[in-house]
Design a protein around this ligand. Structure first.
Ligand code: 5AD
Ligand code: SF4
Length: 466
């Protein structure tokens, strides 16, 4: 019998990938994805713990879902409620205590055990206490996940690496996702080929520390990300490659050379720096200086002159003074970002920085964030405006809000709206950029005579500065 599965995904792309794979493992039990929470037989919240009040937000969402669950029970049905992801990992048993209506609590490393867990829960009476599985098991979930994966469409995600051993002092990831682990190259190549066979023209490689990748190669040697990208670029029909999220310390020569040599590797890199102050970078345990970061950017631009950059920033890290913040603004001005994310520091329980006494006042954090965002927004708009008049290859990924509208991504990760027939979905077309906004562009399809992904894939290589 077909049952309906609704997964609500919070946070990063790793969670997006995990949600797709959860749907894959549950398919043999008869669960099919639905877009509607109201008529689902199982709802999974795939949660994120990276920033403030994450757990509180999950508990209030669970409160709302309890009503839906009770209504279903009154109607003689049953709605299973699962909590996955990093909040589930961090809360564990506590989650069942605070939200007893939850049936399943499982972490990012155990969702391959979902069929067994669901079967066990369904064998119990409704209302029995839920199951918790937040292990870091010895077996890899990737070996246990079904080989047949649902199509992710034209732009697919592939998790190649998980966890982190860097222990930045503000970050929960090493605790929620565990130690660093890289998947073997041959299984990644197989999965990528299947993605292309089911319609992917672009694959984004994912990992909390993706460029720390060190997977076992088919030759028995350890491969880095640069080498993996080279092998992936050979796959017929795979026009575009991206990877996220990287750490500056792992931008090695091989990876920078991949940016020089591979047309399929898109000229856009999210490379978080967090702060421009060496004192704060040290306190964050980032293990690089602002100067180290700027040199990496120089080398990347030397290898791929049209590369556009993105970053994450934290303002108000404990001990951050006006001068440290000024150093961050200086670094932003020097780099010139195409886009960026910025956050107020929020203490995560259990992380070293949360225990530091010298916490920055909330109003100071808010002021600094506003100033930084003003600068970053101006850079983003200038970057987008610089695209007007250019012809760029666009991978048309989805329908837009308006009839006849499709939305695609430029090589530089900009969202571009065009008028185009649905048959072009999943294809790469040449588009002239006509309008620029803060967060998106609009353009006109130059030709819809589509040849092949490869013919249209090479992005324009003009030099640009934001
Ligand atoms: N407070 C604020 N921002 C944080 N990030 C991670 N942990 C924290 C925290 N405790 C931000 C970092 C990271 C991004 C994913 O989230 O900038 O790169
Ligand atoms: Fe967190 Fe990234 Fe630092 Fe790892 S490298 S601890 S994931 S911020």
């Amino acid at each position: 019998m077909t049952k309906k599965l609704f997964i609500k995904t919070y946070g990063c792309q790793m969670n997006v990938y995990d949600s797709v794979r959860m749907a894959d493992v549950l398919a043999p039990l008869g669960y099919r994805p639905t877009e509607q929470a109201d008529d689902a037989d199982m709802i999974i919240l795939n949660t994120c713990h990276i920033r403030e009040k994450a757990a509180e937000k999950v508990y209030s969402e669970l409160g709302r879902l309890r009503q839906l669950q009770e209504k279903r029970t009154q109607e003689g049905g049953r709605l299973l409620l699962g909590v996955a992801g990093c909040v589930a990992q961090a809360e564990g048993e506590e989650m069942l205590r605070r939200a007893p209506q939850v049936d399943l609590v499982f972490g990012p490393q155990t969702y391959h055990r979902l069929p067994e867990m669901v079967t066990r829960v369904l064998g119990r009476v409704s209302g029995a206490s839920g199951l918790v599985d937040t292990d870091f098991p010895a077996e890899s979930k990737f070996d246990a996940l079904p080989e047949e994966a649902a199509s992710q469409g034209a732009a697919a995600f592939l998790t190649i690496q998980e966890g982190c051993d860097k222990f930045c002092t503000f970050c929960v990831v090493p605790y929620t996702r565990g130690a660093e682990f890289s998947r073997p190259v041959s299984s990644l190549l197989d999965e990528a080929k299947k993605m292309v066979a089911t319609g992917a023209a672009e694959i984004t490689l994912l990992g909390q520390n993706v460029n720390a990748f060190h997977g076992e190669g088919p030759d028995g040697k350890t491969w880095g990300l640069g080498r993996l990208l080279r092998a992936l670029a050979e796959i017929d029909g795979l026009a575009r490659l991206r990877y996220t999220t990287s750490h500056p310390r792992d931008m090695d020569d091989e990876l920078i050379e991949a940016h020089r040599d591979l047309d399929a590797l898109m000229p856009f890199l999210h490379l978080p720096v967090q702060s421009g102050s060496d004192r704060i970078l040290d306190a964050m345990n980032r293990r690089h200086t602002a100067e180290d970061y700027l040199r990496i950017i120089d080398r990347l631009r030397g290898a791929r002159p049209d590369i556009a950059l993105s970053s994450d920033f934290i303002v108000g890290f404990p001990g951050e003074r006006d001068q440290d913040f000024a150093d961050t603004l200086k670094l932003v001005t020097e780099v010139g970002y195409a886009q960026a994310y910025s956050f107020k520091y929020s203490p995560r329980p259990g992380t070293p920085a949360a225990a530091v006494e010298d916490q920055v006042d909330e109003t100071v954090k808010a002021e600094r964030l506003a100033m930084l965002q003003q600068l970053l927004n101006a850079q983003q708009l200038a970057f987008n405006q610089g695209s007007v008049g250019r012809v760029v290859p666009l991978l048309l990924e989805r329908k837009g809000k308006f009839p006849g509208q499709l939305v695609g991504r430029s090589p530089h990760m900009q969202s571009v709206h065009v008028q185009a027939p649905d048959r072009l979905l999943g294809k790469i077309v040449q588009v002239e950029i006509e309008g620029a906004h803060a967060n998106s562009l609009s353009g006109r399809v130059q030709t819809d005579i589509f040849t092949s992904d490869h013919d249209m894939a090479a992005p324009s290589r003009e030099i640009r500065t934001a």
